[in-house]
Design a protein around this ligand. Structure first.
Ligand code: CUA
Length: 269
């Protein structure tokens, strides 16, 4: 009887914890409502199944408890019950998987009008690169990384000199403009994560990964690293500011290009 009570309390406690929990998502600041919806669907399905299974267990323990003089009858087969269980499980699993596939398709399909930026992770800070006046990011390679060229931009690529380099600073983005984020790492695995944008992606040394999103409200947001990357991992923070057009242009005008950075470190000949 104690076990029945404990099981019932686990169900009530779990539901109450979720109803009254102070921890919930940060208010969303991107177009990825779909990601939230998918998680909510999974949350409801697994929640209902959890309550049903634990309650059923409590019921069985109570209903079929030991009583003197009663004996269990062995009736192992119930085809109808088995089909019913298999069918409803398949339906539930399908309902959890299908929305994820729809969202994933949107996640990997970058809109054609999206702008481009690059985020480069390194132990333990965030660097950013914007395409500059020509709208194209120059080629980059980790083998070209040096103290003067922290992102490894290839010096003789014509698309490179006007790229804007922000080393360990603050990234600004334009409100309402879809953006494709190219991700690189110069050392180990990192993961660029702004909780308010929902979307995130690993950065893998030696390859370029990507994701895209549209900032939907102005504000200052914290960048976290979501991949354990060494002792400085919890301190690997950065800032993303979403601006209206005027503020964005004012910020952009203050940034340094790759050629300005190179000129500063190479003494004039
Ligand atoms: Cu970078 Cu954790």
């Amino acid at each position: 009887m104690v076990v029945v009570l404990v099981l019932v309390l686990i169900v009530i406690g779990s539901v109450a914890f979720h109803l009254f929990s102070p921890w919930w998502w940060t208010p969303i600041a991107s177009n990825w409502n779909y990601i939230d919806n998918t998680i909510i669907i999974t949350f409801w399905i697994t929640g209902i199944v959890f309550v049903a299974v634990i309650s059923f267990m409590a019921y069985c323990i109570y209903r079929f408890r030991h009583r003197p003089g009663h004996k269990a009858a062995y009736e192992p087969e119930n085809k109808r019950l088995e089909w019913w269980l298999a069918g409803s499980t398949a339906l539930g699993v399908g309902a959890m998987l299908a929305p994820g596939l729809v969202v994933w398709n949107q996640f990997v399909t970058v809109p054609p009008d999206a702008g481009e930026i690059e985020v480069v992770g390194q132990q333990w800070l965030w660097n950013f690169r914007l395409p500059g006046a020509d709208g194209k990011l120059g080629r980059a390679d980790n083998r070209a990384v040096s103290a003067d060229n922290p992102l490894g931009v290839i010096r003789n690529d014509p698309a490179g000199p006007d790229d804007i380099i922000i080393s360990g600073g603050e990234l600004h983005l334009l409100l309402g403009k879809p953006i494709r984020v190219h991700l690189r790492s110069v050392d180990v695995l990192h993961d660029f994560y702004v909780p308010e944008f929902r979307a995130k992606m690993d950065m893998i040394p030696g390859s370029v990964t990507y994701f895209w999103f549209t900032p939907t409200r102005t504000g200052t947001f914290e960048v976290l690293c979501a991949e354990l990357c060494g002792v400085g991992h919890p301190q690997m923070r950065g800032t993303v500011v979403v601006d209206e057009a005027d503020a964005y242009q004012a910020w952009l005008a203050q940034q340094q290009t790759f050629s300005q950075l190179m000129a500063a470190v190479e003494p004039a000949k």
